[in-house]
Design a protein around this ligand. Structure first.
Ligand code: ADP
Length: 257
């Protein structure tokens, strides 16, 4: 009887969590549509004849809107994962191009810090075409490298890619993102992959963020049968190591390019 009751209670709790996550997913999705309208118009406004002050205001609207969109996208992704509503989308992709694209996208952010180098190192035997969810892999890397840039003032943020194992058509890929930044205290490292956790819990936190980025990375890698690990020393830097199995794919036929 007691066992049956605890089973029912657990099922009820799980159903409540799913309902909450579904609600969050719907609400955030609905917020995204008008926000995209605001962003688009704030962008177009900057093309028109404006005074310097008005242009600055329009830029601020766009930047703040972008920051809000990032937060909303994180909440949407996380609640979708929690509600079991997120599925991976497998497609052939070109790995070196994906890695170069991620670096290109984040280069302007790194360039805002004069003493910081953003580097990409690819092992010479890296395969070209793989089968996987390229969009989600890109999201994981952007999160990790974005964090690296956010928490590093001087030195470098480096993305390194290599193949750990190769068996027939399957490989085990390792992607490491290392930085020479502020590092993470040992007591904070253990819980960092949980949702809403940040290393700096003071009320005067210097860095913004929702504490969802790493939790999303971890969940996505779980779904990909991969893993993520962290080594870090305060004042020296951090290194996030991602490993995941992927299948080799053939290049797309010329008509598909
Ligand atoms: P946030 O949106 O707050 O950055 P994350 O889940 O991506 O959320 O990161 C959680 C926390 O982990 C950050 O707030 C920060 O305290 C710490 N952290 C993550 N990456 C790094 C890094 N490369 N260097 C130092 N601290 C980091």
């Amino acid at each position: 009887q007691a066992q049956r009751e605890s089973l029912l209670a657990r099922q009820a709790a799980e159903a409540a969590t799913r309902t909450k996550s579904e609600f969050l997913a719907t609400v955030t999705h609905e917020i995204r549509t008008p926000l995209n309208g605001i962003l688009g118009m704030a962008h177009l406004l900057q093309d028109g004849p404006l005074t310097a002050t008005a242009r600055e205001y329009a830029q601020t609207i766009e930047e703040s809107g972008q920051a809000l969109l990032t937060i909303i996208n994180d909440i949407l992704d996380f609640s979708k994962i929690e509600a079991d509503k997120l599925t991976l989308c497998l497609e052939p992709f070109h790995l070196p191009r994906l890695l170069q694209g991620v670096i290109r996208q984040l280069a302007p952010l790194a360039e805002q810090k004069p003493g910081l180098q953003l580097e990409l190192q690819m092992a010479s035997d890296l395969p070209e075409y793989l089968l996987g969810d390229a969009g989600r892999l890109r999201q994981i890397l952007i999160n990790l490298i974005g964090n690296g840039i956010k928490f590093t003032e001087r030195g470098q943020v480096r993305l390194h890619a290599r193949v750990l194992e190769r068996q027939n058509q399957r490989i085990r890929l390792e992607l490491t993102v290392s930085d020479s930044g502020i590092g993470i205290p040992p007591e904070a490292q253990r819980n960092l992959f949980q949702a809403f956790v940040q290393a700096d819990t003071s009320t005067t936190r210097r860095y913004g963020g929702t504490g969802l980025g790493l939790a999303i990375c971890k969940r996505l890698l779980d779904m990909m049968a991969g893993s993520i690990q962290l080594t870090s020393r305060q004042g020296i830097g951090s290194c996030f190591t991602v490993q995941l199995p992927l299948q080799l794919a053939s290049p797309p036929a010329p008509s598909e390019i």
